[in-house]
Write a protein that binds this ligand. Structure first.
Ligand code: NAD
Ligand code: 0WE
Length: 255
């Protein structure tokens, strides 16, 4: 396993044990990174704290990324506590339920704004907060989905937001390269998490993925975690601005 001893990692987006952020946090911890793990609000607190306790030395923080004040406070706290940051993981997305339910044509102005603010702008804001703490260079990692690139039924405004997220990764990579900060996205195959629950067709999608992907199976949380460890490590020193698929190869198939 890769060695991330002495590296400090901030992971945003913990809801429960199925969260992709949890899969990533566990793998970063195994690799020796010192972790601080964020949850959104009081409602998520109890469940998040219970999990974070399982990783010795890991510390929790609360941050709603739609608040500039909370983001500022979060990084001020990290600066005070750790003095530096090496790894930032952004594992956050949200669009209002109505905008995922209605036809894409009916996407509301407010739904579009919220989807892009929470799922895309937050990466810019968190990168701006993290960069001054990444004094030794760093690795910024976000999570995206195939619906950015091709139409996936039901994904709607989130697909548009993920396309913007992938472009944001490239523009941030171009800005932050001079500070030796790399910025990449992992495009994960469908995983049954809180954010994927309630999607009526998820079971069918996962079955289809299993049948059609080259590896003939679904993506596991741990597989995303392992790619995050690679991107966080020196093994990926020449990789920035990329979207790396961890999807059993599903995206390469034409039919
Ligand atoms: P999840 O529900 O466990 O994680 C999403 C997190 O976003 C939650 O912890 C939620 O609290 C957080 N969040 C939402 N709004 C927020 C806000 N305003 N401030 C702070 N946090 C906020 O689900 P997940 O599937 O682990 O999602 C994590 C990331 O992975 C998302 O970007 C998602 O698009 C991406 N992704 C998921 C899948 C999948 O199939 N599950 C596939 C590819 C990519
Ligand atoms: O990015 C996502 C899900 C993001 C998401 C989920 C919800 C559900 C609850 C964003 N906002 C909300 N808002 C809510 O109110 N994924 C990649 C998981 C996902 O979602 C899909 C998928 C997959 C996969 C939606 C349709 C089709 C496939």
């Amino acid at each position: 396993m890769l060695n991330l001893n002495g590296r400090v990692a901030a992971v945003f987006g913990l809801a429960n044990k199925r969260s992709i952020s949890w899969g990533i946090a566990k793998k970063l911890h195994e690799a020796g990174a010192k972790l601080t793990i964020g949850y959104q609000n009081e409602r998520m607190k109890a469940e998040a704290l219970g999990l974070i306790e399982e990783l010795p030395g890991a510390e929790p923080f609360q941050c709603d990324v739609s608040s500039d004040a909370e983001i500022d406070q979060t990084f001020a706290q990290m600066k005070e506590h750790y003095g530096k940051l090496d790894i930032l993981v952004h594992s956050i997305a949200f669009a209002p339920a109505e905008d995922l339910k209605n036809d894409f044509l009916q996407t509301s102005r407010e739904g579009f704004r919220i989807a892009h603010e929470v799922s895309v702008y937050s990466l810019i804001a968190l990168s701006r907060g993290a960069a001054p703490l990444m004094t030794d260079g760093g690795s910024i990692i976000t999570l995206t989905y195939f619906g950015a690139e091709k139409v996936v039924p039901h994904y709607k405004v989130m697909g548009v937001a993920k396309a913007a997220l992938e472009a944001t990764v490239r523009y941030l990579a171009a800005d932050l390269g001079k500070q030796n900060i790399r910025v990449n996205a992992i495009s994960a195959g469908p995983i049954r998490t809180l954010a994927a629950r309630g999607i009526g067709a998820l079971g069918d999608m996962m079955k289809h993925h299993e049948e059609r992907s080259p590896l003939h199976r679904n993506t596991e949380q741990d597989e995303v975690g392992k790619t995050a460890v690679y991107l966080a490590s020196d093994l990926a020193s020449g990789v920035t601005g990329e979207t790396i698929y961890v999807d059993s190869g599903y995206n390469i198939m034409g039919f």
